[in-house]
Design a protein around this ligand. Structure first.
Ligand code: NAD
Length: 447
């Protein structure tokens, strides 16, 4: 792992305070490799169920393109640091690759590859004209000043500029990158290409062509999927208790909107621990407390609980909105929720998934439940290409229409074929990718 050792400026200290939500994760290159193997074993199951032609199978078992680069950054103290970084385009049969860029000390090639695979499936599940991509820089952003982060973001774009673009590969924010970082990135890209090409990156600041509603979109979409499930189960929001793991962008907006809709959000957590209140939490008050104290554990509302206690709460819905590998073979026995909603990418490992299925606990999978963000990214790309700017109301209405239609198909397929929601979503996505891949010709075993 590359480490920044530069003398920090005042700016850097401010940045570290602002980014107090950035947490360390225990994702080593080994667990990264296991993550990809897990993803591939799920894919093989789908191939079998769909009887996918061999040509498509062999194309989809590995990424179409994978670029590893080293991003040199001039630090504030004058020294030079080189950060390992990746951009992976898993599959581009349905359209240009789409996916975020993550800044994290544990980022590695396997993780970026797995995330790009999930992006490919996700975009296909909700019928977007995109393939799957992902990027990552192995860096601890807490150690960088704001200017160093900007130089890193620009350096990353210089390194991948030749393989990106509105019709090739469209980066976006992910863990520890946000609209500000996207602003630096699009500026660098446009300077290199000497054109204005806002559709080359999504999740941008509004003045640079960002979309209304993008920040809230992942939480909004997860709530839409939860609503459909509740409707199918004949369950009213007021009778449904929800615990949320995580309190970052996706989790906070989900929890706030779910509480507004009437769901009883009884617990939330971050890596410092969580809070629980039987009658339901005041999410905005929790957010203010987190902003003030830097961690939820110091919030006075309700009762303090540990992170693993949240996973074991007897609630109707356990929403996992923090990160990968949270419910595993080791702790799946503790889960006491009626249903698991995956808002993070890959929060349930495949062995845990099988154990939940055996116990009759439904899982609404990440490749459906967290697609609100990428759908609004698609809307941003469309607006940029048409030179338009839609209102937030317009964006949300289009998001609801699109996601409801695609999610209904997944839920109905699960019911009709008597399979899990994950199996139904994967089948919907892989079927669409395979059709596009084979329609491009050169298939030997499908004539
Ligand atoms: P974020 O960095 O804003 O938030 C992550 C949150 O997880 C933080 O509150 C952090 O404290 C918490 N956390 C970390 N470790 C934890 C632990 N052990 N227990 C409880 N909480 C813990 O990130 P985000 O953008 O909200 O993304 C969260 C997840 O959702 C990621 O898997 C991301 O890939 C996925 N996702 C996000 C979006 C989006 O638009 N933000 C879209 C699709 C998927």
């Amino acid at each position: 792992m590359a480490k920044a050792t530069s003398k920090k400026t005042k700016n850097a200290k401010k940045e570290a305070t602002d980014q107090s939500h950035i947490e360390a994760r225990a994702l080593t290159p080994q667990t990264g490799a296991a993550l990809f193997e897990d993803a591939r074993s799920r894919l093989e199951e789908v191939f079998q169920a769909l009887d996918t032609p061999h040509d498509a199978r062999s194309r989809l078992m590995q990424p179409a393109a994978s670029l590893q680069v080293s991003v040199p950054v001039r630090m504030d103290d004058g020294s030079l640091q080189a950060f390992p970084a990746w951009r992976v385009q898993y599959d581009i049969s349905l359209g240009p690759a789409k996916g975020g860029v993550r800044f994290h000390p544990d980022v590695n090639q396997h993780e970026v590859t797995t995330l790009s695979f999930w992006m490919a499936v996700k975009c296909a599940v909700v019928g977007l004209p995109f393939g799957g991509g992902k990027g990552g820089v192995q860096v601890d952003p807490k150690q960088l000043s704001s200017l160093e982060r900007e130089r890193l973001a620009r350096g990353y774009i210089r390194a991948i500029a030749d393989i990106m673009g509105p019709d090739r590969d469209i980066p976006a924010p992910d863990m520890n990158t946000d609209a500000e970082v996207m602003g630096w990135m699009i500026d660098e890209y446009e300077n290199i290409k000497r054109v204005r090409a806002p559709a080359a990156i999504t999740g941008k600041p509004i003045p640079l062509g960002g979309s209304q509603g993008r920040v809230e979109a992942t939480g909004h979409g997860a709530l839409t999927v939860l609503d459909l499930w509740a409707e199918q189960e004949n369950r009213k929001p007021e009778e449904t208790t929800v615990a949320v793991q995580g309190f970052g962008n996706a989790a906070y907006h989900f929890a706030r909107q779910a509480a507004e809709r009437g769901y009883k959000v009884v617990a939330v957590s971050d890596s410092s621990g969580g809070i629980y209140k039987e009658e339901g939490l005041d999410i905005d008050a929790a957010k203010k407390a987190k902003q003030k104290h830097g961690e939820l554990a110091k919030c006075r509302q309700g009762k303090r609980i540990k992170g693993d206690e949240l996973l074991a709460l007897e609630v109707d819905v356990l929403a996992l909105a923090a990160m990968e590998n949270q419910v595993t073979g080791d702790n799946v026995g503790d889960v006491a929720a009626g249903m698991v909603l995956e808002i993070a990418n890959g929060p349930v490992t495949s062995d845990a998934d099988a154990a939940l299925e055996k116990r009759g606990i439904d899982v609404l999978p990440d490749v459906l439940a967290n697609t609100g963000g990428v759908i609004v990214s698609y809307f941003e790309w469309l607006q940029n290409r048409a030179g338009q700017a839609w209102s937030e109301e317009d964006v949300n209405q289009r998001l609801d229409e699109k996601l409801e239609r695609e999610a209904r198909q997944v839920l109905e397929r699960a019911r009709d074929e008597k399979i899990t929601y994950r199996q139904a979503a994967y089948r919907q996505g892989i079927e669409r990718i395979t059709e596009a891949l084979l329609a491009r010709g050169n298939c030997q075993d499908c004539r």
